[in-house]
Design a protein around this ligand. Structure first.
Ligand SMILES: Cc1cc2nc3c(=O)[nH]c(=O)nc-3n(C[C@H](O)[C@H](O)[C@H](O)COP(=O)(O)OP(=O)(O)OC[C@H]3O[C@@H](n4cnc5c(N)ncnc54)[C@H](O)[C@@H]3O)c2cc1C
Ligand SMILES: NC(=O)c1ccc[n+]([C@@H]2O[C@H](COP(=O)([O-])OP(=O)(O)OC[C@H]3O[C@@H](n4cnc5c(N)ncnc54)[C@H](O)[C@@H]3O)[C@@H](O)[C@H]2O)c1
Length: 484
């Protein structure tokens, strides 16, 4: 039981100092309010230390080397393989060696207060903190409490899994050695990226997925990524269930698969999805209960305000992975900017009720204009609605697809293989979504995001001339194929 500490008042109390929490704090302070961030681990959160940054640092050298190896004239200069030690050391640099001093300095310089500890709600607007240094705090929020607690890995119900020590994204992205044999469970974004990273670092990788690889992306695009992984020697066991995981006497993992085969591995990475980190936050004490599956989920409006919160109902917000909408850093930061600005505006009486779509306080892009990149080689970049989603949402929809074969791609590398798709609203003749797959297509994505968000009519998009010779010329080919 925490002793009754003296309460301290802030305009806004933010639980979790990941990318989302940091951005809410920054916006409310810029809006003239006081803010305190409470962080139980490292300031900067998952992305900085165990997710985006280290995984991309592990992937990038392999992509750069492969780029040279597929470019005649450069490939002759490639006489060695990847230097795993140098890559791990560059990864350490990008995670600041798992030290958060730099981010703590930014927090202080931004006028935000920081408390290190585990925070939980007790009554509306009141957050208790069990400080990491043994000091307890009670924080009263005048205007808002923001949950920015991120997400945690979802453990699949596999026999034996609970009895063995497997890798999550944390152990994989902070590994100091490259395992000889790595098994990856899950064919989503994290599993695919990390399978390729470790294969290129030298592991013999087997990826087991109960459905296809990257099942939420168009088949043609995911197929190119699957081919890339196979070319790197990854043994893809798709549409295969995992029955049991155990450990042999020699310390190796033994994985029994649904097709009757088995795999032996030195490490097992479980990357079968994540869910909002809402447990242990005292949400029950402010009226929220778990659903039938035992999961806590919060419903938020377009400003991140949690619906049906106890008290006056206008004090609890959730952003980033904790809100459970789009599990991407960039989208969490977008939510945070809107939420922070909305809290500040409401505090000053400048915003009442639900803001209009596309106002600075509304997370309008969240529903239908979310960009995402899978940083494998080849890359996969997508924004907006997929064809299936557009149909499901009731649009009169068409699509146009093409392999990427333009001057820019042929110059990029030998045997460049890519694929592109536009999803079109036939009634308004605007883009609902776009997907690109191929080497170095990630940088094509923002043009598509602008077209989707801006609802640029196709006849106007026709005048957006791609520079020659770039891979972006595929835009022209797609519009020509559409009939322009
Ligand atoms: C392997 C991997 C790679 C990824 N790569 C990318 C990528 O390339 N691009 C991309 O956009 N996204 C990527 N993501 C997703 C991205 O990491 C998340 O969307 C992002 O980190 C979410 O940010 P957040 O601020 O919501 O949560 P987090 O970064 O998880 O921050 C939440 C913080 O809250 C703290 N906290 C939790 N509970 C409490 C409590 N009770 N009291 C105090 N503090 C608490 C935690 O310690 C944590 O620091 C990746 C994810 C994984 C797993
Ligand atoms: N480049 C990026 O932006 C990036 C990279 C990695 C992760 N992320 C984010 O992190 C989140 C988590 O990544 P992730 O790859 O763990 O999740 P995911 O949702 O992308 O993929 C999870 C995979 O696990 C499979 N799965 C689920 N339950 C299973 C079970 N019981 N048995 C076998 N397979 C099962 C699913 O079918 C799916 O293929 C994602 O939502 C993503 O947005 C982003």
């Amino acid at each position: 039981m925490i002793p009754e500490p003296a309460g301290r008042e802030y305009d806004v109390v933010i639980i979790g100092a990941g990318a989302a929490g940091e951005n809410v704090a920054d916006r409310v302070v810029k809006g003239g309010l006081t803010a305190v961030l409470v962080e139980a681990e490292l300031v900067g959160g998952e992305c900085s230390y165990w997710a985006c940054m280290p995984s991309k640092a592990l992937l990038r050298p392999g992509t750069a080397l492969h780029g040279a190896q597929t470019t005649p004239g450069a490939k002759e200069a490639v006489t060695r393989t990847l230097d795993a030690k140098a890559i791990l050391s560059r990864r350490n640099y990008f995670t600041s060696n798992w030290q958060d001093d730099g981010q703590v300095e930014w927090v202080k310089d931004s006028g935000i207060e920081l408390i290190r500890g585990h925070a939980f709600l007790t009554v509306p607007r009141t957050v208790e903190v069990a400080g990491l240094d043994g000091t307890d705090h009670r924080l009263e929020a005048r205007h808002a409490v923001v949950l920015a607690t991120g997400s945690v890995p979802t453990q699949p119900p596999i026999d034996g899994l609970a009895d063995v020590q497997v890798w999550s994204n944390r152990e994989a992205t902070s590994a100091s050695e490259v395992p000889a044999r790595l098994a990856v469970l899950g064919g989503g974004v994290a599993g695919t990226e990390l399978a390729q990273a470790f294969a290129r670092l030298g592991s013999a990788v087997t990826l087991i997925a109960r459905s296809g690889l990257l099942g939420s992306f168009p088949e043609e695009a995911a197929g190119l990524v699957a081919a890339g992984l196979r070319a790197d020697g990854v043994d893809l066991r798709l549409h295969t269930s995992t029955q049991r995981i155990g450990m042999d006497d020699d310390g190796a993992f033994s994985i029994e698969l649904g097709d009757g085969s088995s795999i032996t591995a030195d490490k097992v990475l479980v990357s079968t999805g994540r869910h909002p980190a809402l447990e242990g936050l005292g949400l029950e004490s402010v009226g929220f209960g778990a659903d039938a599956d035992g999961r806590l989920l919060l419903e938020t409006d377009n400003t991140g305000l949690v619906q049906a919160a106890q008290g006056d109902g206008g004090w609890l917000y959730a952003v980033g992975d904790a809100a459970g909408k789009n599990l991407y850093t960039h989208q969490g930061k977008y939510e945070a900017r809107a939420t922070g600005d909305a809290i500040a505006a409401r505090a000053k009486g400048e915003l009442d009720g639900r803001p209009a779509d596309w106002s600075r306080f509304a997370q309008t892009a969240n529903d239908h204009a979310v960009p995402g990149v899978v940083f494998t080689d080849p890359e996969l970049a997508t924004v907006g609605r997929s064809l299936q989603r557009a149909r499901k949402d009731g649009y009169n929809v068409s699509s146009v697809e093409l392999p990427i074969q333009v001057a820019g791609s042929s110059l990029h590398s030998e045997n460049y293989e890519g694929w592109a798709q536009l999803v079109i609203d036939e009634d308004r003749k605007v883009l609902l979504g776009a997907t690109f797959a191929g080497p170095d297509v990630a940088e094509l994505l923002h043009a598509a995001t602008i077209a989707v968000v801006g609802e640029v009519p196709l006849h106007r998009l026709w005048h957006a001339v791609p520079a020659y010779p770039t891979i972006s010329e595929v835009w022209l080919r797609l519009l020509e194929k559409y009939g322009l």
